[in-house]
Ligand binder design. Structure first.
Ligand code: TRP
Ligand code: ZN
Length: 479
Protein backbone atom coordinates (compact mmCIF):
# COMPACT_ATOMS: atom_id res chain seq x y z
CA UNK A 1 0.00 0.00 0.00
CA UNK A 2 1.11 3.60 -0.52
CA UNK A 3 3.85 3.41 -3.11
CA UNK A 4 6.63 6.02 -3.02
CA UNK A 5 5.50 9.28 -4.59
CA UNK A 6 8.13 9.39 -7.31
CA UNK A 7 9.61 6.62 -9.40
CA UNK A 8 12.94 5.52 -7.95
CA UNK A 9 15.99 5.99 -10.14
CA UNK A 10 16.96 2.98 -12.20
CA UNK A 11 19.96 1.22 -10.76
CA UNK A 12 22.19 -1.19 -12.66
CA UNK A 13 22.68 -4.15 -10.42
CA UNK A 14 25.53 -6.58 -10.20
CA UNK A 15 22.93 -9.26 -9.64
CA UNK A 16 21.03 -8.35 -12.79
CA UNK A 17 24.24 -8.84 -14.77
CA UNK A 18 24.92 -12.17 -13.12
CA UNK A 19 21.45 -13.25 -14.06
CA UNK A 20 21.83 -12.04 -17.63
CA UNK A 21 19.52 -9.03 -17.42
CA UNK A 22 20.59 -6.06 -19.53
CA UNK A 23 20.81 -2.71 -17.81
CA UNK A 24 18.45 -0.79 -20.05
CA UNK A 25 14.73 -1.31 -20.39
CA UNK A 26 13.56 -2.76 -23.70
CA UNK A 27 10.68 -1.13 -25.47
CA UNK A 28 8.24 -3.59 -26.94
CA UNK A 29 8.24 -3.25 -30.74
CA UNK A 30 5.33 -1.39 -32.25
CA UNK A 31 4.64 1.45 -29.82
CA UNK A 32 2.98 1.44 -26.44
CA UNK A 33 3.17 -1.73 -24.43
CA UNK A 34 5.27 -3.07 -21.65
CA UNK A 35 8.57 -1.35 -20.99
CA UNK A 36 10.15 -4.11 -18.95
CA UNK A 37 12.35 -2.82 -16.20
CA UNK A 38 14.32 -4.16 -13.27
CA UNK A 39 12.56 -2.75 -10.21
CA UNK A 40 14.79 -0.31 -8.36
CA UNK A 41 16.85 -1.73 -5.49
CA UNK A 42 16.51 1.57 -3.64
CA UNK A 43 13.70 3.76 -2.34
CA UNK A 44 13.24 7.51 -2.59
CA UNK A 45 13.79 7.97 1.14
CA UNK A 46 16.01 10.95 1.85
CA UNK A 47 17.92 9.23 4.69
CA UNK A 48 17.69 5.49 4.07
CA UNK A 49 17.54 4.87 0.29
CA UNK A 50 18.97 1.35 0.75
CA UNK A 51 15.79 0.45 2.63
CA UNK A 52 12.88 -0.02 0.26
CA UNK A 53 12.71 -0.77 -3.43
CA UNK A 54 10.89 0.34 -6.55
CA UNK A 55 8.29 -0.99 -8.95
CA UNK A 56 5.77 -2.56 -6.62
CA UNK A 57 3.57 -2.02 -3.63
CA UNK A 58 3.10 -4.69 -0.95
CA UNK A 59 -0.42 -5.49 0.30
CA UNK A 60 0.34 -8.34 2.71
CA UNK A 61 3.14 -10.33 4.32
CA UNK A 62 2.50 -13.89 5.47
CA UNK A 63 5.50 -14.86 7.61
CA UNK A 64 6.10 -18.41 8.84
CA UNK A 65 9.02 -18.22 11.23
CA UNK A 66 10.81 -20.82 13.36
CA UNK A 67 13.34 -19.69 15.96
CA UNK A 68 15.73 -21.74 18.04
CA UNK A 69 17.02 -19.57 20.91
CA UNK A 70 19.79 -22.09 21.73
CA UNK A 71 21.49 -21.76 18.34
CA UNK A 72 20.10 -18.35 17.41
CA UNK A 73 18.90 -19.79 14.10
CA UNK A 74 15.88 -18.30 12.39
CA UNK A 75 14.15 -20.10 9.49
CA UNK A 76 11.36 -18.52 7.54
CA UNK A 77 9.00 -18.73 4.64
CA UNK A 78 7.70 -15.33 3.60
CA UNK A 79 4.82 -14.96 1.17
CA UNK A 80 4.64 -11.39 -0.06
CA UNK A 81 1.49 -10.31 -1.90
CA UNK A 82 2.27 -7.29 -4.06
CA UNK A 83 1.03 -5.24 -6.98
CA UNK A 84 3.48 -4.25 -9.69
CA UNK A 85 3.55 -0.48 -10.30
CA UNK A 86 5.84 -0.84 -13.32
CA UNK A 87 6.22 -3.55 -15.96
CA UNK A 88 8.74 -5.68 -14.10
CA UNK A 89 11.15 -8.32 -15.29
CA UNK A 90 12.77 -8.37 -11.85
CA UNK A 91 12.14 -6.95 -8.43
CA UNK A 92 14.14 -6.57 -5.27
CA UNK A 93 13.35 -7.23 -1.61
CA UNK A 94 15.51 -6.09 1.30
CA UNK A 95 17.13 -9.03 3.13
CA UNK A 96 20.25 -8.78 5.27
CA UNK A 97 22.40 -11.41 6.94
CA UNK A 98 20.06 -14.29 6.03
CA UNK A 99 20.29 -16.67 3.09
CA UNK A 100 17.46 -17.33 0.64
CA UNK A 101 17.32 -20.96 -0.51
CA UNK A 102 14.22 -20.99 -2.74
CA UNK A 103 12.06 -18.33 -4.34
CA UNK A 104 8.85 -18.65 -6.32
CA UNK A 105 6.62 -16.15 -8.06
CA UNK A 106 2.93 -17.07 -8.23
CA UNK A 107 3.92 -20.61 -7.22
CA UNK A 108 6.51 -21.08 -9.99
CA UNK A 109 10.19 -21.47 -9.01
CA UNK A 110 12.08 -18.28 -9.86
CA UNK A 111 15.74 -17.41 -10.37
CA UNK A 112 17.17 -15.12 -7.73
CA UNK A 113 20.42 -13.63 -6.47
CA UNK A 114 21.50 -11.95 -3.25
CA UNK A 115 23.80 -8.98 -3.23
CA UNK A 116 25.90 -8.62 -0.12
CA UNK A 117 25.22 -5.58 2.02
CA UNK A 118 27.38 -2.57 1.16
CA UNK A 119 30.38 -1.94 3.38
CA UNK A 120 28.44 -0.22 6.13
CA UNK A 121 26.33 -3.39 6.52
CA UNK A 122 23.08 -1.58 5.69
CA UNK A 123 21.24 -2.73 2.59
CA UNK A 124 21.44 -6.23 1.15
CA UNK A 125 19.10 -7.17 -1.65
CA UNK A 126 17.32 -10.26 -2.83
CA UNK A 127 16.74 -9.79 -6.56
CA UNK A 128 14.04 -12.01 -8.03
CA UNK A 129 13.62 -12.63 -11.76
CA UNK A 130 9.98 -12.78 -12.73
CA UNK A 131 9.05 -15.35 -15.38
CA UNK A 132 6.54 -14.61 -16.69
CA UNK A 133 7.16 -10.90 -16.20
CA UNK A 134 4.82 -8.80 -14.06
CA UNK A 135 2.62 -6.25 -15.78
CA UNK A 136 1.98 -2.95 -14.00
CA UNK A 137 -1.28 -3.08 -12.09
CA UNK A 138 -1.34 -6.86 -11.58
CA UNK A 139 -1.12 -8.61 -8.22
CA UNK A 140 1.33 -11.43 -7.49
CA UNK A 141 2.78 -13.48 -4.68
CA UNK A 142 6.50 -13.87 -4.11
CA UNK A 143 7.45 -16.68 -1.74
CA UNK A 144 10.92 -16.80 -0.21
CA UNK A 145 12.35 -19.66 1.84
CA UNK A 146 15.28 -18.36 3.88
CA UNK A 147 17.22 -18.75 7.08
CA UNK A 148 20.33 -18.01 9.09
CA UNK A 149 21.54 -16.50 12.34
CA UNK A 150 20.55 -12.83 12.54
CA UNK A 151 23.29 -12.10 15.10
CA UNK A 152 22.85 -8.81 16.95
CA UNK A 153 22.15 -6.16 14.28
CA UNK A 154 23.01 -2.53 15.07
CA UNK A 155 21.30 0.61 13.79
CA UNK A 156 23.18 3.56 12.30
CA UNK A 157 23.79 4.94 15.81
CA UNK A 158 25.12 1.62 17.10
CA UNK A 159 22.00 0.68 19.09
CA UNK A 160 20.62 -2.88 19.00
CA UNK A 161 17.71 -3.24 16.64
CA UNK A 162 16.06 -5.73 14.31
CA UNK A 163 16.06 -9.33 15.47
CA UNK A 164 17.84 -8.99 18.83
CA UNK A 165 18.36 -12.23 20.75
CA UNK A 166 17.67 -12.27 24.49
CA UNK A 167 18.46 -14.83 27.21
CA UNK A 168 15.28 -16.78 26.38
CA UNK A 169 14.19 -15.63 22.93
CA UNK A 170 14.24 -12.41 20.93
CA UNK A 171 13.08 -8.81 21.27
CA UNK A 172 12.35 -7.36 17.84
CA UNK A 173 12.37 -3.58 17.24
CA UNK A 174 13.12 -2.47 13.67
CA UNK A 175 13.22 1.31 13.64
CA UNK A 176 14.31 2.66 11.26
CA UNK A 177 15.35 -0.03 8.74
CA UNK A 178 15.92 -3.24 10.68
CA UNK A 179 13.00 -5.34 9.38
CA UNK A 180 15.27 -6.87 6.72
CA UNK A 181 17.27 -8.58 9.51
CA UNK A 182 14.40 -11.08 9.89
CA UNK A 183 12.30 -11.18 6.72
CA UNK A 184 12.45 -10.19 3.03
CA UNK A 185 10.66 -6.87 2.92
CA UNK A 186 10.04 -3.68 1.01
CA UNK A 187 11.47 -1.77 3.96
CA UNK A 188 10.22 1.63 2.80
CA UNK A 189 8.47 3.77 5.41
CA UNK A 190 5.75 4.51 2.84
CA UNK A 191 4.75 0.93 1.98
CA UNK A 192 2.20 -0.15 4.59
CA UNK A 193 0.80 -3.69 4.50
CA UNK A 194 -1.18 -6.18 6.56
CA UNK A 195 0.62 -9.10 8.23
CA UNK A 196 0.09 -12.68 9.34
CA UNK A 197 2.74 -14.24 11.59
CA UNK A 198 3.02 -17.96 12.44
CA UNK A 199 5.95 -18.27 14.83
CA UNK A 200 7.25 -21.66 15.96
CA UNK A 201 9.32 -21.80 19.15
CA UNK A 202 10.42 -24.45 21.64
CA UNK A 203 7.49 -25.59 23.79
CA UNK A 204 7.22 -23.43 26.90
CA UNK A 205 8.10 -20.15 25.17
CA UNK A 206 5.56 -17.62 23.89
CA UNK A 207 5.76 -15.69 20.61
CA UNK A 208 4.00 -12.32 20.37
CA UNK A 209 3.48 -10.19 17.29
CA UNK A 210 1.29 -7.30 16.18
CA UNK A 211 -2.49 -7.53 16.10
CA UNK A 212 -4.42 -10.36 17.69
CA UNK A 213 -3.91 -14.11 18.14
CA UNK A 214 -5.50 -16.38 15.54
CA UNK A 215 -6.80 -19.45 17.31
CA UNK A 216 -4.92 -21.16 20.11
CA UNK A 217 -1.21 -22.04 20.01
CA UNK A 218 -0.56 -25.46 18.47
CA UNK A 219 2.05 -27.77 20.02
CA UNK A 220 3.62 -30.76 18.28
CA UNK A 221 6.98 -32.51 18.72
CA UNK A 222 8.13 -30.17 21.46
CA UNK A 223 7.49 -27.00 19.50
CA UNK A 224 4.62 -24.52 19.69
CA UNK A 225 3.31 -22.33 16.87
CA UNK A 226 1.74 -18.97 17.76
CA UNK A 227 -0.28 -17.27 15.02
CA UNK A 228 -1.03 -13.54 14.91
CA UNK A 229 -2.88 -11.34 12.45
CA UNK A 230 -2.36 -7.58 12.06
CA UNK A 231 -5.28 -6.51 9.89
CA UNK A 232 -4.59 -2.76 9.79
CA UNK A 233 -1.98 -1.40 7.37
CA UNK A 234 1.42 -1.26 9.06
CA UNK A 235 4.84 0.13 8.13
CA UNK A 236 7.55 -2.56 8.31
CA UNK A 237 9.52 -0.70 11.00
CA UNK A 238 6.55 -1.26 13.33
CA UNK A 239 6.40 -5.04 12.92
CA UNK A 240 7.55 -7.31 15.74
CA UNK A 241 7.70 -11.02 16.53
CA UNK A 242 9.13 -11.24 20.02
CA UNK A 243 9.81 -14.48 21.86
CA UNK A 244 10.21 -15.10 25.56
CA UNK A 245 9.01 -16.63 28.77
CA UNK A 246 6.08 -14.24 28.78
CA UNK A 247 3.34 -13.96 31.36
CA UNK A 248 0.16 -12.85 29.58
CA UNK A 249 -2.46 -10.60 31.17
CA UNK A 250 -5.58 -9.45 29.38
CA UNK A 251 -7.84 -6.50 30.11
CA UNK A 252 -10.11 -4.22 28.11
CA UNK A 253 -9.94 -0.57 27.18
CA UNK A 254 -12.65 1.83 25.96
CA UNK A 255 -15.32 0.16 23.84
CA UNK A 256 -14.04 -3.29 24.76
CA UNK A 257 -10.64 -2.74 23.10
CA UNK A 258 -8.52 -5.83 23.89
CA UNK A 259 -5.41 -4.96 25.94
CA UNK A 260 -2.92 -7.84 25.67
CA UNK A 261 0.19 -7.54 27.84
CA UNK A 262 3.19 -9.90 27.76
CA UNK A 263 5.79 -9.44 30.48
CA UNK A 264 8.86 -11.68 30.49
CA UNK A 265 9.57 -13.61 33.68
CA UNK A 266 13.05 -12.02 33.59
CA UNK A 267 11.46 -8.72 34.66
CA UNK A 268 11.34 -8.87 38.46
CA UNK A 269 11.41 -6.80 41.65
CA UNK A 270 11.09 -3.01 41.40
CA UNK A 271 11.23 -3.12 37.56
CA UNK A 272 8.20 -5.41 37.56
CA UNK A 273 6.29 -3.24 40.07
CA UNK A 274 6.83 -0.10 38.02
CA UNK A 275 5.94 -1.97 34.83
CA UNK A 276 2.71 -3.39 36.24
CA UNK A 277 1.60 -0.01 37.60
CA UNK A 278 2.31 1.68 34.26
CA UNK A 279 0.58 -0.99 32.15
CA UNK A 280 -2.50 -0.83 34.39
CA UNK A 281 -2.99 2.78 33.21
CA UNK A 282 -3.29 1.82 29.51
CA UNK A 283 -7.12 1.81 29.39
CA UNK A 284 -7.19 5.32 30.94
CA UNK A 285 -4.47 6.48 28.57
CA UNK A 286 -6.38 5.19 25.53
CA UNK A 287 -9.46 7.11 26.70
CA UNK A 288 -7.36 10.23 27.33
CA UNK A 289 -5.63 10.15 23.93
CA UNK A 290 -8.94 9.43 22.18
CA UNK A 291 -10.06 12.76 23.63
CA UNK A 292 -7.10 14.44 21.92
CA UNK A 293 -6.58 12.49 18.69
CA UNK A 294 -9.92 10.75 18.05
CA UNK A 295 -10.72 7.02 18.05
CA UNK A 296 -7.91 4.55 18.81
CA UNK A 297 -6.79 3.57 15.29
CA UNK A 298 -6.29 -0.20 15.65
CA UNK A 299 -8.05 -3.39 16.75
CA UNK A 300 -6.09 -4.09 19.95
CA UNK A 301 -3.35 -2.66 22.15
CA UNK A 302 -1.00 -3.81 24.90
CA UNK A 303 2.69 -4.42 25.44
CA UNK A 304 5.71 -6.69 25.26
CA UNK A 305 8.09 -6.16 28.16
CA UNK A 306 11.40 -8.03 28.04
CA UNK A 307 14.90 -7.84 29.51
CA UNK A 308 17.29 -4.94 28.82
CA UNK A 309 18.79 -6.46 25.65
CA UNK A 310 17.49 -3.67 23.41
CA UNK A 311 17.71 -0.81 25.89
CA UNK A 312 14.86 1.39 24.66
CA UNK A 313 11.16 1.15 23.88
CA UNK A 314 9.53 1.18 20.46
CA UNK A 315 5.96 1.88 19.37
CA UNK A 316 5.54 -1.44 17.50
CA UNK A 317 2.00 -1.31 16.14
CA UNK A 318 -0.74 -2.35 18.59
CA UNK A 319 1.91 -3.78 20.93
CA UNK A 320 4.89 -1.60 21.87
CA UNK A 321 8.05 -3.29 23.10
CA UNK A 322 9.72 -2.18 26.32
CA UNK A 323 13.21 -3.24 27.31
CA UNK A 324 14.07 -3.69 30.99
CA UNK A 325 10.90 -2.11 32.36
CA UNK A 326 8.08 0.22 31.34
CA UNK A 327 7.72 3.60 33.07
CA UNK A 328 4.46 5.53 33.02
CA UNK A 329 5.95 8.26 30.81
CA UNK A 330 7.25 5.72 28.32
CA UNK A 331 3.96 3.82 28.17
CA UNK A 332 2.13 7.11 27.53
CA UNK A 333 4.68 7.98 24.82
CA UNK A 334 4.48 4.63 23.00
CA UNK A 335 0.70 4.51 23.26
CA UNK A 336 0.41 8.04 21.83
CA UNK A 337 2.60 6.89 18.93
CA UNK A 338 -0.22 4.55 17.87
CA UNK A 339 -1.96 7.66 16.52
CA UNK A 340 1.12 9.77 15.70
CA UNK A 341 3.66 7.57 13.93
CA UNK A 342 1.84 4.29 13.46
CA UNK A 343 -1.51 5.31 12.00
CA UNK A 344 -0.25 8.67 10.68
CA UNK A 345 3.26 7.96 9.41
CA UNK A 346 5.91 10.29 7.98
CA UNK A 347 6.54 9.72 4.28
CA UNK A 348 10.29 10.16 4.78
CA UNK A 349 12.55 9.50 7.78
CA UNK A 350 13.62 13.13 7.60
CA UNK A 351 10.21 14.07 9.05
CA UNK A 352 10.72 11.96 12.20
CA UNK A 353 9.70 14.92 14.39
CA UNK A 354 6.10 14.20 13.24
CA UNK A 355 6.50 11.02 15.34
CA UNK A 356 8.71 12.07 18.23
CA UNK A 357 7.63 15.67 18.73
CA UNK A 358 3.95 14.70 18.69
CA UNK A 359 4.35 11.65 20.97
CA UNK A 360 6.38 13.75 23.39
CA UNK A 361 3.72 16.45 23.37
CA UNK A 362 1.03 13.83 24.04
CA UNK A 363 3.17 12.53 26.91
CA UNK A 364 3.27 16.09 28.31
CA UNK A 365 -0.53 16.29 28.10
CA UNK A 366 -0.90 12.98 29.92
CA UNK A 367 1.51 13.83 32.72
CA UNK A 368 -0.15 17.24 33.20
CA UNK A 369 -3.49 15.42 33.58
CA UNK A 370 -1.87 13.41 36.37
CA UNK A 371 -0.68 16.47 38.29
CA UNK A 372 2.74 16.71 36.62
CA UNK A 373 4.18 19.82 34.96
CA UNK A 374 1.99 21.64 32.45
CA UNK A 375 2.98 21.68 28.77
CA UNK A 376 3.84 25.37 29.24
CA UNK A 377 6.21 24.45 32.08
CA UNK A 378 7.74 21.76 29.87
CA UNK A 379 8.08 24.36 27.11
CA UNK A 380 9.71 26.82 29.50
CA UNK A 381 12.27 24.20 30.49
CA UNK A 382 13.12 23.53 26.82
CA UNK A 383 13.11 27.19 25.84
CA UNK A 384 15.32 27.96 28.80
CA UNK A 385 18.19 26.07 27.17
CA UNK A 386 20.89 28.57 26.27
CA UNK A 387 20.95 29.71 22.64
CA UNK A 388 24.59 28.63 22.42
CA UNK A 389 23.80 25.07 23.49
CA UNK A 390 24.23 22.26 20.94
CA UNK A 391 20.58 21.39 21.53
CA UNK A 392 19.53 24.16 19.14
CA UNK A 393 22.00 23.13 16.43
CA UNK A 394 19.77 20.28 15.22
CA UNK A 395 16.70 21.22 13.16
CA UNK A 396 13.84 18.85 14.04
CA UNK A 397 12.76 18.89 10.40
CA UNK A 398 16.14 17.59 9.17
CA UNK A 399 18.12 16.02 12.01
CA UNK A 400 20.24 13.78 9.76
CA UNK A 401 20.06 9.99 9.48
CA UNK A 402 22.38 9.43 12.46
CA UNK A 403 20.41 11.83 14.70
CA UNK A 404 16.83 10.64 14.22
CA UNK A 405 16.45 10.26 17.98
CA UNK A 406 18.20 13.46 18.96
CA UNK A 407 16.58 15.55 21.71
CA UNK A 408 15.64 18.02 18.96
CA UNK A 409 13.10 15.69 17.36
CA UNK A 410 11.52 14.95 20.77
CA UNK A 411 11.76 18.03 22.97
CA UNK A 412 12.18 20.79 20.42
CA UNK A 413 9.45 19.16 18.31
CA UNK A 414 7.10 19.10 21.31
CA UNK A 415 8.06 22.67 22.27
CA UNK A 416 7.19 23.74 18.72
CA UNK A 417 3.69 22.35 19.23
CA UNK A 418 3.31 24.20 22.53
CA UNK A 419 4.52 27.40 20.81
CA UNK A 420 1.90 26.79 18.11
CA UNK A 421 -0.77 26.31 20.77
CA UNK A 422 0.15 29.60 22.44
CA UNK A 423 0.10 31.38 19.11
CA UNK A 424 -3.20 30.06 17.71
CA UNK A 425 -5.16 29.32 20.89
CA UNK A 426 -6.47 26.10 22.39
CA UNK A 427 -9.54 25.66 20.18
CA UNK A 428 -7.68 25.91 16.90
CA UNK A 429 -4.69 23.93 18.21
CA UNK A 430 -6.69 20.93 19.36
CA UNK A 431 -8.78 21.04 16.19
CA UNK A 432 -5.54 20.81 14.19
CA UNK A 433 -4.32 17.83 16.24
CA UNK A 434 -7.57 15.97 15.91
CA UNK A 435 -7.96 16.60 12.20
CA UNK A 436 -4.33 15.57 11.65
CA UNK A 437 -4.87 12.12 13.16
CA UNK A 438 -8.40 11.45 11.94
CA UNK A 439 -8.05 12.72 8.37
CA UNK A 440 -4.69 10.99 7.84
CA UNK A 441 -5.49 7.70 9.61
CA UNK A 442 -3.55 4.77 8.04
CA UNK A 443 -1.79 7.30 5.82
CA UNK A 444 1.59 8.86 5.07
CA UNK A 445 2.25 12.54 5.69
CA UNK A 446 4.89 15.27 5.45
CA UNK A 447 5.75 18.34 7.50
CA UNK A 448 4.33 20.41 4.63
CA UNK A 449 1.00 18.62 5.11
CA UNK A 450 0.98 19.62 8.78
CA UNK A 451 1.81 23.24 8.02
CA UNK A 452 -0.96 23.32 5.40
CA UNK A 453 -3.52 21.92 7.84
CA UNK A 454 -2.50 24.34 10.60
CA UNK A 455 -2.76 27.25 8.16
CA UNK A 456 -6.14 26.05 6.91
CA UNK A 457 -7.62 25.69 10.40
CA UNK A 458 -6.21 28.95 11.75
CA UNK A 459 -6.32 31.10 8.63
CA UNK A 460 -2.84 32.31 9.60
CA UNK A 461 0.35 32.33 7.55
CA UNK A 462 2.53 30.02 9.63
CA UNK A 463 5.37 29.60 7.14
CA UNK A 464 7.92 31.65 9.07
CA UNK A 465 6.83 30.10 12.38
CA UNK A 466 7.53 26.57 11.17
CA UNK A 467 10.71 27.61 9.38
CA UNK A 468 12.05 28.97 12.69
CA UNK A 469 10.88 26.09 14.89
CA UNK A 470 11.31 23.10 12.59
CA UNK A 471 13.74 23.88 9.79
CA UNK A 472 16.36 26.15 11.34
CA UNK A 473 19.37 24.79 13.25
CA UNK A 474 19.28 27.70 15.72
CA UNK A 475 17.14 28.81 18.67
CA UNK A 476 13.85 30.36 17.50
CA UNK A 477 12.74 33.70 18.93
CA UNK A 478 9.93 32.29 21.11
CA UNK A 479 6.43 32.28 19.68
N1 TRP B 1 11.24 5.67 18.47
C1 TRP B 1 11.48 5.18 19.79
C2 TRP B 1 10.59 5.99 20.74
O1 TRP B 1 10.73 7.17 20.86
C3 TRP B 1 12.89 5.32 20.21
C4 TRP B 1 13.98 4.67 19.47
C5 TRP B 1 14.01 3.86 18.36
C6 TRP B 1 15.33 4.79 19.85
N2 TRP B 1 15.28 3.47 18.06
C7 TRP B 1 16.10 4.02 18.98
C8 TRP B 1 15.94 5.48 20.88
C9 TRP B 1 17.49 3.91 19.13
C10 TRP B 1 17.31 5.38 21.04
C11 TRP B 1 18.07 4.61 20.15
O2 TRP B 1 9.69 5.46 21.32
ZN1 ZN C 1 8.95 8.04 20.36
Amino acid sequence: MHAPRAAAPAVVLAAALVLGGAGAAHAAPGGPGPRWVDGATTSTDLYFPNAGNGGYDVADYDLELAYDPASGRLDGTATVTLTATQDLRSLSLDLRGLTATAVSVDGKPARFAQTPPPEDGRGGELVVQAAPKLRAGTQHTVTVVYGGVPGQPLDIEGANYGWTSTADGALVANEPEGASTWYPVNDAITDKATYTFAITVPEGLTAVANGEPVGLPVTADGRTTWTWRASDPMASYLSTASIGDFVQTTSTGPGGLPVLDFVDADVTGRALEVTRASLALQPDMVAFFEGVFGPYPFTSTGSIVDDDSVGYALETQTRPVYSGYASEDTVAHELAHQWVGDSVTPDTWRDIWLNEGFATYAQWLWSASRGGPTPQEQYDAVYGIDAGDDFWSVAPGDPGAADLFDAATYDRGAAALQALRTRVGDDAFFQVLRRWTTENADGSVSTADFVALAEQVTGQDLGQFFTDWIDTPAKPSGY
